[in-house]
Design a binder for this molecule. Structure first.
Ligand code: P6P
Length: 332
């Protein structure tokens, strides 16, 4: 029927999805929904910047380092500005913990309920070679009364206290994937409309998989248990896939099943990835999708942070694969 073809539905827009889900939380007063919308808006601006970086002369390195001592890319700085602005002006955020900021940013939003930890643009060194990059965010509720002074401990809550987490993947298409603790849903940006539409409802991770994702360049520093696991993967003919952009590697494993490992090494016992705005949000998402996330000894989301930029080893992905590696680490 021509009407069916002409009137084909465009799908569920992110705003409508958030609104519908808010109805399911009778006590939700809409601030978290608004915060998610603020993040989505900032991601659309970043998406546009990334897609035209080469033309706008905003590729490449800035002439300064971030708190991690890493050379900042120009788009790291641009992304940090955009997300900070969206969160500060959105009115729902009382504190921002950004990879690009040495110290927490305390907004003067007396009534704001939420603390946001964010990696504004993860993997940004890949932009110049046109490899996918991402934004990662993690949202906590403040524990003190609105208007009271925030305490250091509420800026360092364990990952199990997250109320929401997600990522935006700026890839062949731009996707926003998030959870509020009731499953994982993925939205794809329709550039011609500037809207995210539900494209991956109720994302579930395969219990097992045959993709392992690790920087082989560190092989000589791997522990005996990890060497044994990697050799087992190779013997089984598993695929080695490593993009070097956390959001892209995790997203692929979420869709296809697999394990991502960034281990501690003798030179870097806590590995490279940061707990608050990489490990915890990815752990929340993957556990919500049925997977596991560990630092090699315990659950990532049970780690009590001691400082906002602390690093953690990360073993994350399909349940059976993670459990097998943890067993080998124990036996070694
Ligand atoms: P390596 C990007 O710099 C990043 O923070 C993550 O996105 C990625 O998983 C990891 O580092 C890659 O690190 O040491 O393998 O280049």
């Amino acid at each position: 029927m021509i009407e069916e073809k002409l009137g084909a539905p465009v799908g569920t827009a992110l705003d409508r999805f958030i609104a519908r889900r808010q109805e399911e939380f009778p006590f939700a007063s809409g601030e978290l929904s608004q915060l998610l919308r603020d993040i989505a808006l900032a991601s659309k601006i970043i998406n546009r910047e990334i897609n035209r970086a080469g033309l706008a002369g905003i590729e490449g390195q800035a002439d300064r380092e971030n708190v991690q001592g890493e050379i900042q890319q120009k788009l790291d700085i641009a992304s940090n500005i955009r997300f900070k602005r969206a969160l500060m002006y959105g009115g729902e955020t009382c504190a921002i913990l950004s990879e690009e900021e040495a110290d927490p940013i305390i907004t003067d939003e007396a009534g704001a309920k939420y603390i946001v930890a964010i990696d504004p643009l993860d993997g940004s060194s890949n932009i110049d070679v046109n490899v996918s990059v991402g934004t990662i965010f993690s949202i906590y509720r403040r524990q003190s009364m609105a208007g009271a002074k925030l305490t250091p401990s509420e800026l360092l809550q364990p990952g199990r206290e997250q109320v929401a987490a997600g990522y935006i993947l700026y890839g062949s298409s731009t996707m926003l994937v998030y959870t509020t603790g009731y499953g994982v849903n993925g939205f794809t940006l329709e550039p011609s409309l500037g809207e995210y539409f539900l494209s991956h409802p109720d994302m579930r991770m395969e219990a097992n998989g045959s993709i392992y994702s690790i920087n082989d360049g560190l092989y000589d520093q791997f522990s005996p248990g990890l060497v044994s696991y990697i050799q087992t993967c190779r013997k089984r003919g598993y695929k080695a896939r490593y993009i070097g952009s956390l959001v892209a590697d995790i997203h692929r494993n979420l869709l296809k099943g697999g394990i991502f490992i960034y281990p501690g090494t003798p030179s870097h016992p806590n590995g490279k990835l940061r707990l608050l705005y990489e490990g915890n949000p990815m752990a929340f998402l993957i556990e919500q999708a049925g997977g596991l996330a560990s630092d090699g000894e315990g659950r990532i989301m049970d780690i009590g942070p001691s400082e906002i930029h602390q690093r953690t080893p990360l073993i994350i992905g399909s349940k059976v694969m993670v459990e097998e590696l943890l067993e080998m680490l124990k036996e070694a």
